[in-house]
Design a binder for this molecule. Structure first.
Ligand SMILES: *Cc1c(COP(=O)(O)O)cnc(C)c1O
Length: 390
């Protein structure tokens, strides 16, 4: 291993030159290593450690919420958030069918039946108008109404939240946001102007998995302005242990807290949020320019919200085949998700529509969008897509 003059092992380049251009990879060139070292030197590695609180405080401030609760994963955050929102076996939870499976798994963990909702074609997110119509229909027919709606902001793009707010007013449904992929995305017009995704519903969740905008290796965050919800989330994520020295528990809790090691990395990542978002924006801008010349359909862009451009995606005739072909050429592309209603564990759940989600799955693929992507790599990806599309 190379040694620098100070005698420390130097960091190797972010990736060997011959590797496949990755879809999204961690970018750990800030204070991550220094903060981790601090944890080890001070012997604070578990969830009792100063970085957990510091990360929570900084995160809440960054997204503009009052409280934040750090969790072991985005999925754990969603599970707890849904429980706190009132999800349980006695009422359905409405959730997007076009999403990463964790959104729907979290519903199942609570025991609630999922009501799978199609996407609308503009933002690819949960179709609030279809959900609202379904709720009106159920109310008229005396059928059980969802108690919770889990809206996913997919691929970095904010969902149209207005019909869901209307569902909330009309039927008291509680809004949980799965903002796992969309840290930094914002609404830009009307009453919600300046509000970040994850802070619009009653409770919101983020993920810090390795491929997300910021990473802690594995981790998640719950945010809310409701102190009771925040306290309940913290309680459930720490085995529902009551204060004091003893081992008394008033509910079935979970071991879902984030460790100090993970939070140390998270805090360092958060310090670089602006830089990482700018990198995503630059990459998306280059793709958008190149592909509009080719006439390709691509990641949504609307005038009422700003995407975080987490994973730039395009639609072609056959998305999965295109992703395969690109992968063979060293471009780490990935098909868009198979909708939940086509996955065996959820094929029997009730659903509203599904054609838009199926079309996105059939046609869509995501392109390399890592924040360390070089201009040369971008040109390679664009060239390969051009060759496929031509
Ligand atoms: C990544 C992701 C999750 C789960 O987060 P983990 O930290 O991997 O558990 C949930 N929902 C969506 C939409 C995601 O992309």
């Amino acid at each position: 291993m190379a040694q620098n003059p100070a005698g420390r092992v130097s960091r190797r380049p972010l990736r060997p030159v011959t590797r496949t251009i990755p879809l999204a990879e961690p970018n750990l060139r800030g204070n991550e290593a220094a903060y981790l070292l601090e944890c080890i030197e001070e012997n604070y590695v578990s969830s009792v450690g100063p970085f957990v609180g510091r990360f929570e405080t900084a995160f809440a401030e960054t997204v503009g919420s009052k409280f934040a609760v750090a969790c072991a994963s985005g999925t754990a955050a969603l599970h707890v958030a849904l429980l706190v929102a009132g999800a349980g076996p006695d009422a359905p939870v409405a959730v997007s069918t076009f999403t990463f499976i964790a959104s729907v798994n979290a519903v199942r963990y609570t025991g609630a039946p999922a009501l799978l909702i199609d996407s609308e074609p503009v933002t690819w997110n949960l179709d609030g108008e279809q959900l609202l119509a379904e709720m009106d229909r159920r109310a008229d027919a005396g059928l059980p109404l969802p108690r919770v709606v889990e809206v996913v902001h997919v691929l970095g793009h904010p969902a149209d939240i207005e019909p869901l707010q209307e569902a909330s007013r009309r039927y008291g449904v509680v809004l949980v946001e799965d903002a796992a992929e969309s840290l930094g995305a914002q609404y830009t017009s009307g009453e919600l102007a300046g509000r970040q995704v994850g802070t619009v519903g009653a409770i919101g969740c983020f993920s810090f998995n390795g491929n997300k905008l910021i990473t802690t290796g594995g981790g998640g965050m719950i945010v809310t302005d409701d102190e009771v919800m925040a306290d309940r989330a913290r309680h459930l994520s720490t085995q529902a242990r009551l204060p004091g020295l003893g081992y008394s528990h008033d509910q079935v809790g979970f071991n879902y807290r984030m460790t100090n090691l993970a939070a140390a990395v998270g805090l360092a990542q958060l310090e670089r949020l602006k830089e990482l978002l700018e990198a995503k924006c630059r990459i998306a801008g280059s793709y958008r320019k190149a592909f509009s010349e080719l006439g390709l359909e691509m990641s949504p862009s609307v005038d009422w919200a700003r995407s975080s451009d987490w994973l730039f995606s395009i639609l072609m005739d056959d998305g999965p085949a295109a992703a395969e072909a690109l992968s063979r050429s060293g471009v780490g592309a990935r098909p868009l998700w198979t909708p939940a209603h086509l996955q065996p564990p959820y094929s029997h759940e009730e659903r509203v529509g599904g054609a838009v989600a199926e079309s996105l799955h059939r046609r869509g693929l995501s392109l390399p969008s890592g924040t360390a992507l070089t201009d040369a790599e971008l040109e390679t990806v664009i060239g390969e897509v051009r060759a496929l599309a031509g």
